[in-house]
Design a protein around this ligand. Sequence first.
Ligand code: ZN
Length: 135
Amino acid sequence: MIEDVNHHELSDIARFIHDIRPDIPWHVFRLLPEHHMKESFYPNINRMDRALETSRKLLPYIYFHNFVGSRWVNTQCPNCGNTVIKRFSLGCSGDRLDEFLAPDNTCPECGTAIPILGTRVAWNEKQFVSWEAVS
Ligand SMILES: [Zn+2]
C-alpha cells in the first residue's frame, strides 16, 4: 500500500477477498517510497490505520507489515481483540512469527474459534529460540 497512490483501492480489495471467504488473512504491506518515488512522503501510520478500518470490518484476520507501533502487525481475535498471533517486524525483510497464542485454535480470552491452518515449523522455532537468547 502506498499512501496517495493506491490506498483508495483498499476497500475494493477487501470486499473482493471477503466475497471469496471472510476468514482469509490479508497481509497489508506499507511500502516506503524510494528510488523513483523519493519525492514522496513516507506513509503516515495513523492515517493508513484509519484507512484500513473498513477493511478490518470485512476481514477480521487482516494484519499489517511495516506499520511500526500499530497493534495490527499482530493478529487479533475478531471477538474480543486479544492478540492471538504475535509478530516481530523485521522491517523490509518481513515479519517473524513470535508467538501463536491460540492453543487448539481458540482464543484463550473468549473462546472464539480462530480458523488457523498449519503447525509451527522447526525453522521458526529456531529463530524464536535465538531471539530469546539475544534479548
Ligand atoms: Zn477472543
